[in-house]
Design a protein around this ligand. Structure first.
Ligand SMILES: C[S@@+](CC[C@H](N)C(=O)[O-])C[C@H]1O[C@@H](n2cnc3c(N)ncnc32)[C@H](O)[C@@H]1O
Length: 331
């Protein structure tokens, strides 16, 4: 018998943020109902995979081993689920729509692999993930970014995630310096993971067809991740990629950035003073001239006149360390 349980942070609290517009309605009333209980609900991103060849390719590219525990996010009616179950030891699925929880559970009930499935009713962004080695997901595009970073922060490390995304989002994940789609999402993802494009999936492979083309990618977390404070890293990346086609200096050289950096210096200093305890007579660091430091770092041979979009992960890590060495922080 497949088990189905309701998670702590599940839909009892209402739909996910991304679907705020659907919060006061029931799931069925948001679709163009034709009377069928399983009508896809647009607000839940319900575009079901209908091409068995694509489903088989996703399962094959997930490289699931017989002893693996798989996490499937958004199983829907279970088209992928039944194929995944044939390959793994255990499958935990998280599904937001209670109709789908019932449907997928019913579909595998009494089958050879049915006992391997546990369906958790909840919002994948708010539900704690159970243990897994491999994640497979064809998720609503509204939650793509939140899900990627939730997965990349998940511990213990998993082997890989094979995920379907809107084409442009998928291409951004693996975009390289200098490419048009290279952006904050690209560097934040590539800092923490290796991303490979696996295949393009046309609109007509879904029921109903979505408005845009899709792509499947493989995400493999870097283990161990680079030793960097992610909040600070993202603070710098957010500033720089706001105007990624400008030089580093022209992005940073403005009043509002200096103000933020000066605030950060003050906060950091206050924190350090509290930690050290002034009464211990520790030597106090000199004042940091934020404008001077920005100019100095941007004048370094490697960064001089460099456009943000040309910086790869290593260049950005080194840039952050040059700022940190001189007492500048981005959070
Ligand atoms: C694109 S459909 C894919 C369904 C199925 N995996 C397939 O490929 O046919 C997305 C599924 O994710 C579910 N879903 C939507 N938002 C969710 C959330 N926040 N957490 C978990 N599941 C969600 C939807 O109800 C739907 O079943």
């Amino acid at each position: 018998m497949p088990k189905s349980k309701k998670s702590k942070g599940s839909s009892a609290g209402g739909p996910v943020n991304a679907f705020a517009s659907a919060s006061s309605t029931t799931s069925t009333s948001t679709s163009k109902s034709t009377g069928n209980l399983l009508d896809p609900v647009k607000a839940y991103g319900q575009n079901f995979l209908k091409n068995p060849a694509i489903i088989d390719a996703i399962v094959q590219k997930s490289r699931i081993k017989p002893q693996d525990t798989v996490l499937e996010i958004g199983p829907g009616t279970g088209n992928l689920t039944v194929k995944l179950l044939e390959r793994c030891q255990k499958l935990n699925a998280i599904e937001y729509d209670p109709r789908m929880v019932r449907e997928v559970s019913k579909r595998v009930e009494g089958t050879t692999d049915g006992h391997k499935l546990t369906v958790i009713h909840g919002d994948a962004l708010k539900t704690s993930f159970p243990f897994f080695n491999v994640c497979v997901a064809n998720v609503p595009y509204q939650i793509s970014s939140g899900l990627v970073f939730k997965l990349l922060g998940h511990r213990p490390f998993f082997r890989c995630a094979v995920m379907m995304f809107q084409e442009e989002f998928a291409l951004r994940l693996s975009a390289r310096p200098g490419e048009n789609l290279y952006c904050r999402l690209s560097v934040n993802t590539q800092l923490l993971a290796r991303v490979d494009q696996l295949m393009k999936v046309g609109r007509n492979n879904f029921r109903p067809p979505p408005k845009v083309e899709s792509r499947v990618v493989r995400i493999e977390p870097r283990n161990p991740p680079p030793p960097v404070n992610f909040t600070e890293w993202d603070g710098m990346v957010r500033l720089l990629f706001n105007r990624k086609n400008k030089t580093i200096f022209s992005v940073l050289n403005n009043k509002s950035t200096y103000k933020v950096l000066e605030e950060n210096v003050k906060t950091k200093k206050a924190f350090e003073e509290r930690e050290m305890g002034e009464e211990k007579g520790e030597e106090r660091k000199g004042e940091v001239d934020v404008k001077q430091v920005v100019r100095e770092v941007c004048e370094l041979e490697f960064y001089k006149d460099k456009r943000v979009t040309r910086l790869d992960i290593d260049d950005l890590l080194k840039l952050l360390s040059e700022f940190n060495k001189r007492g500048i922080h981005f959070c």
